[in-house]
Design a protein around this ligand. Structure first.
Ligand SMILES: [Zn+2]
Length: 320
């Protein structure tokens, strides 16, 4: 099944509030310290993120978030025709010369004839060629095991939903965020998002980047194949998903926005893959070892939020 024609897709966008990185560093330092024993947030020159397996070296230049489709296309019953081409995402967000796309989404089900998690991670060059580092994770019905696979550069489809951070992939200043010893109840990403919401209030602040869980364990989920029966509540969602506890190190692509400025957004979404267990990968929920956990992340601020193919009939379950 081919992707929907990009010029047929409705797209809206809004400018986000963009404080200075120094200002956000101070705000996050205070907020994360309420949830972690050791916290350091500073503005640094972005290290070469290709060394972390990313498809570009940095998070800089013409930054935007993009929220594609949504959970309402996955459930109650999947709209399997909702297939997008990630190669179109830079142009659809007004980056005419291409861009670097990372984040969390649903995999291209026709590729393996099955629903899957996806860790979008590709650079689309001006000539349309791609540097493809995207991975997908899929389950096996026989024994509820799962596996993470690399997508070839010829496979750039994204089914149903996606939450992306798009930039020119340039070096430049970013936030370096280190946290150890979780003392509060919030996961790393929710803590940052809720901190920005409390500080900036009505003004929506968006961020995207990558973090590593350097020590400890974490809980992830992987979507199995499409549910044969409709999914109508968060309880149904949790009965359908497959949950796993995985070891570190684990690298996670992450997007979030402090609040939804009326675009029917998923406000945070993070997917990653393991290095210790090369088969591990999926949707980040939280760490399960608060005393041992250590996070190290690099994030940049987004200048805009783009909303592609927003569902007309929406609902709020299944967005955790
Ligand atoms: Zn997810």
């Amino acid at each position: 099944m081919s992707a929907l024609a990009s010029d047929s897709l409705p797209v809206e966008h809004a400018a986000l509030h963009v404080p200075s990185l120094q200002d956000v560093a101070k705000v996050l330092q205070t907020g994360l310290s309420e949830n972690f024993g050791t916290v350091s947030v500073e503005v640094v020159e972005c290290p070469d993120l290709k060394e972390w397996g990313l498809a570009a070296e940095g998070l800089g230049g013409a930054t935007r978030l993009m929220d594609v489709g949504g959970v309402p296309y996955l459930m109650p019953t999947p709209m399997k025709e909702k297939i997008y081409d990630m190669k179109d995402y830079p142009k659809l967000s007004n980056l005419e010369k291409g861009g670097f796309v990372i984040g969390a989404g649903a995999g291209p089900w026709p590729y393996i004839d099955r629903n899957a998690e996806m860790m979008p991670n590709l650079t689309v060059n001006e000539d349309g060629s791609v540097v493809q580092k995207t991975k997908i994770s899929r389950t096996f019905d026989e024994d509820n095991s799962y596996k993470t696979l690399d997508l070839p550069s010829t496979e750039t489809r994204n089914a149903l939903l996606g939450n992306l951070f798009i930039s020119e992939g340039k070096k430049g200043n970013v936030l370096k965020i280190s946290c150890k010893n979780r003392t509060g109840p919030k996961n790393f990403v929710s803590c940052m998002r809720e901190t920005l919401l409390a500080h900036y209030g009505e003004e929506a602040v968006g961020m995207g980047g990558v973090f590593k869980v350097l020590s400890g364990k974490l809980k992830i989920h992987v979507m199995p194949d499409f549910s044969p029966c409709p999914i109508n509540s968060d309880e149904d969602v949790n009965n359908w998903l497959k949950f796993y506890e995985v070891p570190s190190p684990f690298t996670v692509l992450s997007t979030f926005i402090s609040r939804d400025p009326g675009l029917d957004l998923r406000v945070e979404h993070s997917h990653g893959w393991g290095e210790a267990e090369v088969s591990s990968g999926g949707h980040y929920h939280y760490d399960t070892t608060p005393a041992e956990v250590e996070y190290l992340g690099y994030y940049n601020l987004a200048q805009y939020i783009y909303r592609l193919d927003k569902p007309v009939n929406t609902h709020s379950f299944g967005r955790d």
